[in-house]
Write a protein that binds this ligand. Structure first.
Ligand code: ACO
Length: 440
């Protein structure tokens, strides 16, 4: 697959101190065009300055499209709602990796290839025993995923497309196994090996919840919900963790190390860690009567509290993933017979009050994907500390697809941003005896 060449017939002009520079403007398939600033520094001596990358396209990509104003999310052109309703996670993984939906034969072959790699090297289990029992599973995942690079030397040559392919399959296949092991370790139960007759999400649940002492039958409602959540979280263009992976990968680092870097970035509460934070927040609110107090705190500039699961850098309307999850949440509660689920009721009321509040309306703060995923996980008995791990399993597909795309892109170069230096100007070294406190 070749990346579309950048073509332009448009040029923007920037004038600065008597010099005028032509900046090409490129348009992709959809969405805003981009101003090519690559020649800016040589022409003007200026850098662009965009902390948080609010106006910066860091790469070109064919994988995922987000229109935050209209609430649209497309994987390879397909709307997320249709994929969530009609597809399954393995099919979506194939789509993100290779660009098209698989035929039946292609899908079978892909699933078989994934199944070939579900086991982790037996020695990996020794790593787990080095962690404290109360280690956060995300801390374990950052460590063990990075450590995979010390086990699979035959998929580290990033210049070899075949090795890149094997690394991608290995990562997608092994993430649920590693996650299941992280959970089992935290509760002191034996590790459960993957069972390749199970689907991807069934396997994940089996590795988390089965024990050697009793047969475990995966609840089909749960596995369907997990599968849907995995689809919804699989990719989201150049978010913080994906950009981290692209930056780490741009230096030529191996894919296992890059995915470990992505897991670290995902962990933060402003990103994937928000699903965990939503549940903790709902626990803290405790009762619908206390919602106004927390809404007030969220609006108070002097209070660092934010409504977790609300707001998004890109979505300025309802996050389409949250919309699907809201429905899924109701389906699950219905099918599991969990009537009047207190966390769900609290979440719905919080959403209702926030969406009617002038502050949230004006700032276009809507529920994001993390708002409902935590409630679903909680209803299934998945511990809060595993929420972000499940997100990482799903996002591994997007991460590795984006990493593969980047490595194969002839325009790829090491990511090396510059800065606006605001520190001390040049000064000479001061010997110790001449240092005055006020000079330091
Ligand atoms: N609660 C209260 N106020 C908020 C919230 C919130 N959740 N989110 C944003 N705001 C306010 C900010 O205080 C700011 O107000 P100001 O303009 O008066 O200063 C304004 O809305 C814009 O917020 P920014 O932080 O500048 O927006 P940014 O795009 O940088 O941040 C983010 C987006 C990090 C997601 C933010 O909305 C947030 O912290 N949300 C809560 C955490 C969360 O749910 N994260 C998950 C994101 S989805 C994901 O990663 C899968």
């Amino acid at each position: 697959m070749t990346m579309a060449a950048l073509k332009t017939q448009n040029v923007a002009q920037l004038s600065y101190q008597g010099k005028t520079v032509d900046l090409p403007v490129y348009f992709g398939t959809d969405g805003p065009g981009v101003l090519d600033l690559q020649g800016l520094y040589s022409a003007t001596g200026l850098f662009s300055f965009d902390p948080g990358y609010t106006s910066t396209a860091s790469c070109r990509s064919e994988i995922t499209y987000v229109d935050g104003d209209k609430g649209i999310l497309l994987y390879r052109g397909y709307p997320i709602q249709q994929l969530a309703e009609q597809s399954d996670f393995m099919e979506v993984a194939y789509l993100l990796l290779y660009g098209n939906l698989p035929t039946s034969a292609q899908k079978d072959e892909f699933v078989q290839s994934i199944n070939k790699h579900t086991l982790v090297h037996e020695q990996v289990s020794a790593f787990y025993r080095g962690f404290r029992r109360d280690a956060h599973p995300m801390a374990i995942m950052v460590g063990v995923v990075g450590a995979l690079s010390s086990f699979y030397h035959d998929s580290l040559d990033i210049q070899d497309p075949e090795q890149r392919q094997i690394a991608a399959l290995r990562l997608i296949a092994k993430m649920p196994t590693l996650a299941g092991m992280a959970y089992k370790y935290s509760i002191g139960q034996p590790f459960v090996y993957p069972q390749n007759h199970l689907s991807y999400s069934e396997n994940l649940l089996n590795m988390m919840f089965s024990t050697p002492t009793a047969p475990y039958v995966v609840n089909p409602v749960w596995s369907k919900a997990i599968d849907r959540i995995l689809i919804l979280h699989a990719d989201h263009e150049q978010n913080a963790s994906t950009s981290t992976i692209r930056l780490a990968g741009s230096s030529g680092a191996n894919p296992f190390a890059c995915i470990a870097a992505g897991i670290a970035a995902l962990w933060g509460p402003a990103h994937g860690g928000a699903n965990e934070a939503v549940l903790r927040m709902l626990d803290e609110i405790g009762h619908v009567d206390r919602i106004p107090e927390f809404i007030q705190r969220a609006k108070d500039k002097n209070d660092p509290f934010r409504l977790m699961g609300f707001g998004h850098r890109v979505y300025k309307s309802y996050d389409p993933r949250a919309f699907v999850l809201r429905q899924t949440c109701h389906e699950i509660m219905g099918e599991l017979g969990v009537k009047n689920n207190p966390a769900l009721q609290l979440a719905m009321e919080l959403e209702r009050i926030a969406l009617a509040d002038e502050y949230f309306i004006e700032k276009k703060l809507y529920p994001n994907v993390d708002f409902y995923s935590g409630i679903i996980f909680k209803a299934m008995g998945i511990p809060v500390s595993m929420f972000t791990v499940l997100f990482a399993i799903a996002r591994t597909v997007g991460w590795i697809s984006q990493w593969k795309e980047m490595i194969a892109d002839p325009m790829q170069k090491i990511g090396r941003p510059r800065q606006l230096y605001v520190g001390k100007a040049y000064r000479d070294y001061v010997p110790m005896e001449k240092r005055l406190e006020e000079n330091q």
